[in-house]
Design a protein around this ligand. Structure first.
Ligand SMILES: C[C@H](O)[C@@H](O)[C@@H](O)C(=O)CO
Ligand SMILES: [Mn+2]
Length: 597
C-alpha cells in the first residue's frame, strides 16, 4: 500500500485559529445570563472549523478558545496573551449580545479578523457587530463582518448555512495568510529569458506576504551532483521508480539533434538527482546531516520556489521539467504527499499565485503559458471543423513544459468527475492513472542540454480558476482571475492544434465563464486582458476565495468573473463606495497599504 505523508519539513508550528467570545461586561444578571450562550457560540465555531478544515500539509486545524468571555479590556489583553503563547494566527470574535466595542475588539495590527454577530433580537448581537465594525474601521484594522440573514432564537446553537459559508471562506484565506508569514521564497537561479515575473521583488514578498527571499545559484546543483550531496539510497529508489512509472514519449527532434540512448540514460540520472536536490534546497533533509552536511540539511524554509532553467542551465544540462513536474505533483517515489510549489523559469509571481491556489484548495496546481486564443473561425480554417458545446466561442491553449502537476491530467476524481484534490483524498489507483496518462518526451530544441518534458492532455469538464499576480509600477501587486472549465476537443481538432505548438508538452484547453461585459465579453477578451505570459490553474471555482485572500493582503483585483453575492471582503471596503466595488477595492487597498507595512 502506497504511503501517505502528513506534515512537511517547513519550520514552525501551523497557525491556530483563536476564538473570542465577547460579552456585555455588566455583572449582576446580564453578563451571567450571556456567559453560557456566548461560550457555546465560540465552541460551535471551533467545532465547525476544526472538523471542516485541514492544513494543506494534512495536519488538523486547531482552534483555541479564550479562557473566559471577554467583557472588557483586561480580558481582551488576557486573550491576546494566550493567543500569542498558543501560536494563533487568525482571530474570530463571536457574540449574541451588545458589548463595548473599543474595550473588547481585537487590536492586533496584522492578524486577519472576523466577527460573527448573532442575528437575534432578544439581545442585540448585530448592534455590537455594527459598532465593532465602525471601531475597527475608524482604527484602520479591517475586519470581516458576519451576520446571518435570518433571525435565530437566543439559545439556538446551530450555525446557519450562510454564516458557515462565510466563516469557512474567511478562515481558509486567513490560514493562508498566517501560513505564508515568515516562510521563504527560494530563487534557484535568477531571471529567465528576460521574464519580469522572475525578478524577486523583495518589498512585495516582505510587505504584502510577510515572507523573505532566498537565492541559490544554479551552480549549487552541479556541486551537489558532482560531490554526491543527496541521499544515495533515495536516489536509487527514485530512479527505479522513474524507470518503472515514467513512460517514454515521442522524440520529435530531427536526427542530428536526437540524443543517444546512453545520453538519455545519463539524463534520467541527472533529472532525478535535480528533483532530490531542489527539494532538499527548499525544505532540508536530515539525511544530509548524517552524511556530514549539516548546513545543507537545514534547507531554506521555502514554502515556494522557482527554477530559472532557461537558458544558462538548459543550454548545457538537462531541463528541469522532471524536477518541476514531480515536485509540483501530489506524489513521488516516497508515496502520496503535499505538492511542493515550484515554478518554472523562476517566475516568482506565478509561484505566489500557485501558492495562493494551493493554500486555498490544498490541491496541486497547473502552471502554464497562456499560449494561444483559438477562435472558432481560426479552428475552422486550419481543421475544417466547427468548435462545439462549451468550446463554441473559442478556447485558450494553456501549455508549458515544466511544473504542470501530473494531477493536472484530470485522472483523479471527485464524485466520479475529473478533479484535483488534497493529497489525503488521493488513492493509489489515481496516482497510477495520472502516470499512465503522462508521457515523458525527450526535450525539444529549446533545451540543448536534453532532459524530458511531460506530455499529457487535461481531461475536460473540470471546474477551474485561472489566476495571476502582476506587479505594476506605481500601483504594486494586482490579482486577476477567470473561473471557467477545462474542455475536451474532438481528437482530430486537438491533434491538429497541438502539433502546431510543442506536442511534447502538457495541454489544457480552457474556456472562461463569460459575463458579456469588460474583460469577460468573450474568450478572446479574457486572453487579450491577461497580464503576462503565465497563469496558475487551480481546481474548482475559487475566485471568491482568492478575492477574500487578496483583500486580507491588500492586493486589488483587476479582473474577475465572480458574482457579487459570493464576494466577501472586510466591511471597511464598502466605505470606499458600493456601486462600483472594483474601484472601491483599489481605493481601500491603497489607503490601507500592504498588510505588513
Ligand atoms: C521553451 C521556451 O523558451 C518556452 O519556455 C517559452 O516560450 C516560455 O515558456 C516563456 O514563458
Ligand atoms: Mn513559460
Amino acid at each position: 500500500m502506497i504511503k501517505k505523508h502528513i506534515g512537511n519539513r517547513l519550520v514552525g508550528d501551523m497557525p491556530k485559529i483563536g476564538i473570542r467570545p465577547i460579552v456585555d461586561g455588566r455583572r449582576g444578571g446580564i453578563r451571567e445570563s450571556l456567559e453560557e450562550v456566548t461560550m457555546n457560540m465560540a465552541r460551535a465555531v471551533a467545532e465547525l472549523l476544526s472538523s471542516q478544515l485541514r492544513h494543506s500539509n494534512g495536519l488538523p486545524v486547531e482552534c483555541v478558545v479564550a479562557d473566559t468571555c471577554i467583557g472588557g479590556v483586561a480580558e481582551a489583553a488576557q486573550t491576546a496573551a494566550k493567543f500569542e503563547r498558543e501560536g494563533v494566527g487568525v482571530s474570530i470574535s463571536v457574540t449574541p449580545s451588545w458589548c463595548y466595542p473599543l474595550e473588547t475588539i481585537d487590536t492586533h495590527p496584522t492578524m486577519p479578523k472576523a466577527i460573527w454577530g448573532f442575528n437575534g433580537t432578544e439581545r442585540p448581537g448585530a448592534v455590537y457587530l455594527a459598532a465593532a465594525n465602525s471601531a475597527h474601521n475608524q482604527k484602520g484594522l479591517p475586519t470581516f463582518s458576519i451576520y446571518g440573514r435570518d433571525v435565530q432564537d437566543m439559545g439556538d446553537t446551530t450555525i446557519p448555512a450562510d454564516v458557515e459559508e462565510k466563516l469557512l471562506r474567511f478562515a481558509k484565506a486567513a490560514l493562508a495568510v498566517a501560513t505564508m508569514k515568515g516562510k521563504s521564497y527560494l530563487s534557484l537561479g535568477s531571471v529567465s529569458m528576460g521574464i519580469a515575473g522572475c525578478i524577486a521583488d523583495e518589498p512585495f514578498f516582505q510587505r504584502y506576504l510577510g515572507m523573505r527571499n532566498e537565492y541559490v545559484d544554479m551552480s549549487e546543483f552541479v556541486r551537489r551532483i558532482e560531490r554526491g550531496i543527496y541521499d544515495a539510497e533515495e536516489f536509487e529508489r527514485a530512479l527505479a521508480w522513474a524507470k518503472a512509472n515514467c513512460q517514454p514519449g515521442q522524440d520529435v527532434n530531427s536526427p542530428h539533434l536526437k540524443r543517444s540512448d546512453e545520453q538519455k540514460e545519463r539524463d534520467w540520472e541527472t533529472v532525478v538527482k535535480m528533483a532530490l536536490i531542489a527539494r532538499d534546497l527548499m525544505v532540508g533533509n536530515p539525511k544530509l546531516a548524517e552524511m556530514g552536511y549539516g548546513e545543507e540539511a537545514l534547507g531554506r524554509n521555502a514554502i515556494a520556489a522557482g527554477f530559472q532553467g532557461q537558458r544558462q542551465w538548459t543550454d548545457h544540462f538537462p531541463t528541469g521539467d522532471f524536477m518541476e513536474a514531480i515536485l509540483s505533483s501530489s506524489f513521488d517515489w516516497n508515496g502520496i504527499r503535499e505538492p511542493y510549489i515550484l515554478s518554472t523559469e523562476n517566475d516568482t509571481l506565478n509561484a505566489v499565485t500557485m501558492l495562493f491556489g494551493h493554500l486555498l484548495t490544498d490541491a496541486a496546481q497547473i502552471f502554464a503559458d497562456v499560449r494561444t486564443y483559438w477562435s472558432p473561425e481560426a479552428v475552422k480554417r486550419v481543421t475544417g471543423k466547427q468548435l462545439e458545446g462549451r468550446a463554441a466561442g473559442g478556447v485558450i491553449h494553456l501549455i508549458n513544459s515544466g511544473p504542470a502537476a501530473l494531477d493536472g491530467t484530470g485522472c483523479m476524481t471527485k464524485n466520479g468527475e475529473p478533479a484535483m484534490k488534497p493529497f489525503w483524498e488521493i488513492e493509489e489507483h489515481e496516482v497510477e492513472a495520472c502516470l499512465k496518462a503522462t508521457k515523458w518526451c525527450p526535450a525539444v530544441d529549446f533545451f540543448r542540454g536534453g532532459g524530458f518534458s511531460t506530455d499529457f492532455l487535461t481531461k475536460g469538464g473540470m471546474p477551474v480558476t485561472m489566476a495571476r499576480i502582476n506587479l505594476i509600477h506605481g500601483l504594486g501587486p494586482v490579482l486577476q482571475l477567470a473561473e471557467g472549465y477545462t474542455v475536451d476537443l474532438p481528437e482530430d481538432i486537438h491533434d491538429a492544434l497541438d502539433k502546431r505548438t510543442d506536442p511534447t508538452w502538457p495541454t489544457t484547453w480552457f474556456v472562461p465563464n463569460l459575463t458579456g461585459t469588460g474583460a469577460f465579453r468573450d474568450v478572446y477578451s479574457v486572453m487579450a486582458t491577461w497580464g503576462s505570459n503565465h497563469c496558475a490553474l487551480s481546481y474548482g471555482h475559487i475566485g471568491a476565495d482568492l478575492i477574500t485572500l487578496a483583500a486580507m493582503l491588500r492586493i486589488p483585483v483587476s479582473m474577475h468573473n465572480v458574482s457579487a453575492d459570493r464576494i466577501f471582503r472586510p466591511s471597511l471596503w464598502s466605505a470606499f463606495g458600493t456601486s462600483d466595488p472594483e474601484s472601491a477595492d483599489y481605493r481601500a487597498c491603497a489607503q490601507l497599504g500592504p498588510l505588513y507595512g
